[in-house]
Write a protein that binds this ligand. Structure first.
Ligand SMILES: NC(=O)c1ccc[n+]([C@@H]2O[C@H](COP(=O)([O-])OP(=O)(O)OC[C@H]3O[C@@H](n4cnc5c(N)ncnc54)[C@H](O)[C@@H]3O)[C@@H](O)[C@H]2O)c1
Length: 361
């Protein structure tokens, strides 16, 4: 069954469509929003062998001229080098503002292709076809684009909304299982922020098989929430910051683990620890932490990691790009479905965490 969620920002409105087997009707959906034009399929070397031919055929049968650019897989492709390569290729294909980009892949492809679309000829159209769970529930919606610098992740980017996001949950069947689970970490975060029916839905998930079984519902609930937040606060001045629940500690532990933890696993740890610490401080009601722990553990997501006890964790925390004037805004849950902001001085946060987090024995 097809589900459509509308995203509306100050300058742009578009649909996010969740369509099982939607990839096999991609041409039809693109024809509805774009007149005949050249389309650059941007994808990565893992996704291309599985889906590029099907996508190319879809575009051809709908009368589009398809070009294909395959980028190396992984975070390292969010670089100046790949951005320049992509933009040079668009120019070599003589792309004009009547042409468009189709980003087919995970968050890396979405972020890189989105940035290229936003700056080539001062902006050409883009459609996102996210293929990882993380990209389907999070990164493809909202228009944040980025590449990384040596100094940190996502330091160069734009806000640039796509014309359409087409999500086919069946492509998750080819996504490695650990990536399905880490993407689900973001879903639990959203469900904890929203509460009510969304939180209830996550009580049905006891295994990876359940994630597949309920993927359309989980994606729709996550996207509906993200669409609402983005509609209210496109550029993350206030409300959109709530999406950072679990991310302050999560990012720091991810960096300290130096590649050992996936992003969604680190967010799971950040989410659990922030609940535990705020519940101890009596700002989060019991048994919120236990409920969160149950949801995370149901699919084997971690609650803690030795990297929390390392100097690298505190170094990463100190370099959080969301620190302003020595202050950090922690997001916490008063209870499930009731998030709140806790602005605090970085120095005090660090003293508090050194006291409350696990220490090295
Ligand atoms: N723009 C935003 O708002 C936003 C939000 C969250 C995260 N992000 C960014 O997203 C990125 C992470 O996204 P990700 O986890 O999707 O990483 P990714 O794009 O590297 O994809 C993960 C891996 O899965 C493979 N893959 C993707 N779909 C597949 C499929 N269907 N079958 C087989 N393999 C598949 C990819 O080739 C890659 O190896 C980070 O760079 C992060 O900064 C952006």
């Amino acid at each position: 069954m097809e589900q459509t969620i509308k995203v509306k920002t100050a300058h742009h409105a578009y649909a996010v469509k969740i369509i099982p087997n939607g990839l096999s009707q991609l041409g039809i959906y693109l024809s509805k929003i774009w007149s005949k034009r050249q389309i650059a399929i941007i994808t990565d070397e893992n996704v291309a062998p599985i889906y590029a031919e099907q996508v190319r055929q879809q575009l051809g049968s709908a009368g589009f001229t398809a070009q294909l650019l395959v980028i190396p897989a992984g975070e390292r492709s969010k670089s100046w080098q790949q951005l320049i390569k992509l933009i040079d290729q668009l120019a070599a294909w003589h792309f004009t503002r009547s042409d468009g980009i189709l980003a087919v892949g995970g968050g890396v492809i979405g972020d890189l292709a989105g940035l290229a679309a936003s700056i080539y000829l001062r902006g050409i159209s883009i459609v996102q076809v996210p293929t990882s769970l993380l990209a389907q529930v999070d990164s493809s919606v909202g228009g944040k684009t980025a590449i990384d610098l040596t100094a940190g992740k996502n330091l160069v980017g734009t806000f640039y909304q796509p014309d359409l996001v087409l999500i086919d949950p069946t492509v998750l069947q080819t996504l490695p299982e650990r990536l399905v689970i880490e993407g689900y970490g973001e879903v639990i975060k959203c469900a904890a922020l929203v509460g009510s029916n969304f939180w209830q839905l996550t009580s049905k998930i006891h295994s990876v098989a359940d994630i597949y079984k309920f993927s359309s519902e989980l994606i729709a609930a996550s996207v509906a929430f993200k669409a609402k937040v983005v509609t209210e606060d496109e550029t993350e001045t206030h409300q959109r910051q709530l999406l950072n629940l679990g991310h302050t500690l999560g990012h720091a532990v991810e960096r300290a683990a130096a590649g050992r933890l996936f992003h969604g696993e680190a967010v799971a740890i950040g989410l659990y620890q922030i609940c535990r610490l705020f519940e101890k401080a009596k700002l989060t009601v019991s048994p919120t932490t236990e409920q969160v722990a149950q949801r995370l553990q149901a699919v084997g997501l971690p609650l803690t990691d030795e990297a929390l006890a390392t100097p690298a964790f505190y170094a990463a925390l100190t370099h959080d790009k969301k620190i302003h004037d020595g202050r950090l805004t922690l997001i916490y849950l008063e209870k499930i479905g009731q998030p709140n902001f806790y602005p605090w001085s970085l120095k005090k946060v660090i003293i508090w965490l050194k006291r409350e987090l696990p220490t090295i024995n």
